[in-house]
Structures are given as structure tokens and as C-alpha cells.
Ligand binder design. Structure first.
Ligand SMILES: [Zn+2]
Length: 178
């Protein structure tokens, strides 16, 4: 197995039909090098060396696609952490919620039903802690104000004075939801 000088493994594949050397990143975040049958491995190594800077940058930019077991672990962790936070803020705001659901909603980070069910996107476990707290506070406050009135936002601000920055962060990172 080849490696870059930073230790990133490179999977080498020989392809009889390939016409050129191809270096790319797969959806699983692996680096692959495809070589036509007639190209020596040393040429592949030279390409890796020449493209190392590009590779490091491209790897940092490519979102990692998580495997099913990884997602399952994140969901378990999300349920634990978000339940703890919801409990903490329900006490602070003097409200009761019925239950917590960890979901896969493609368009939202959290929601609150009139019956008192809080739903949170499991991807919140991948966000910074202050963002997670804001989303929990937001949904908990809906148990007192089922709207987005100025009264609602004043309530949110009691426990999360920096809520506007959090909202900005969430808007900016919306695409990471899916
Ligand atoms: Zn809301």
C-alpha cells in the first residue's frame, strides 16, 4: 500500500481500460490511484508526490460520508447528549416535555410538537456544543411560546444571549444536514 508523506494511505488499482493516471478521493474519503496497465508504479508514486498539497486540501474539503455503524453510534450519542441538555433547560425554563426523538429530518435541526415531543437531528452531535445548546433551548422555549414572536426570542436570549450568532452558523452550515 502506498502512502503520502503525511501518511494518508493510497489505494492503487490497475485498470486495463484506463488511458491515464487518475488520482481521486472517493465518497468514503479514501484516496485512490488508478493506473493504466502499462504505467509503472514509480510513475504513480511520482504523481502522488507532485499532488500532495492538492490532496491534503481536497481531503479537508470533501465531506466524509459516514457508514451505517458510524451513523448508529452518532444517533446513540446524540440521544444521550440532547436528552441531558433538554432535561437541564426544561428545569431552567420550568417546562415539561413528553419525549425526545432523534431523527433524520433533511431540512431541520430540531422541532417541537404541540404534544410536547422534541425532535432533534442526530447531526447535532457533530456541531459545536454552543450550537447544540442553542437548538435545545430554542425547542424548549417553544413549550412556552409556540411561535417566533419577540417574546419567544427574549425567552431564548435568557439562556442563550448569543443566539443570533448560532442561527447564522446554522444557516451557513445547512448543507451539512444531508
Ligand atoms: Zn422555532
Amino acid at each position: 500500500m502506498l502512502k503520502t508523506s503525511q501518511g494518508t494511505p493510497v489505494l492503487v488499482r490497475r485498470d486495463r481500460r484506463a488511458r491515464q493516471i487518475k488520482l481521486y478521493i472517493t465518497a468514503k474519503h479514501e484516496v485512490k490511484l488508478t493506473l493504466p496497465w502499462y504505467v509503472p508504479l514509480s510513475a504513480g508514486k511520482a504523481i502522488i508526490k507532485a499532488k500532495e498539497m492538492w490532496l491534503a486540501e481536497a481531503l479537508a474539503k470533501t465531506p466524509k460520508i459516514l457508514s451505517a455503524p458510524e451513523i448508529k453510534n452518532h444517533k446513540i450519542a446524540a440521544l444521550g447528549r440532547l436528552s441531558a441538555l433538554a432535561g437541564e433547560y426544561a428545569r431552567k425554563y420550568g417546562v415539561v416535555f413528553k419525549n425526545i426523538r432523534i431523527g433524520d429530518q433533511a431540512t431541520r435541526w430540531g422541532s417541537c410538537s404541540r404534544r410536547g415531543t422534541l425532535s432533534f437531528n442526530w447531526r447535532l452531535i457533530l456541531t459545536p456544543e454552543n450550537i447544540r445548546r442553542y437548538v435545545v433551548i430554542h425547542e424548549i422555549c417553544h413549550l412556552r411560546e409556540m411561535n417566533h414572536s419577540s417574546r419567544f426570542w427574549r425567552l431564548v436570549a435568557e439562556e442563550c444571549p448569543e443566539y443570533q450568532e448560532c442561527r447564522k452558523w446554522l444557516r451557513k452550515n445547512k448543507e451539512n444536514l444531508t
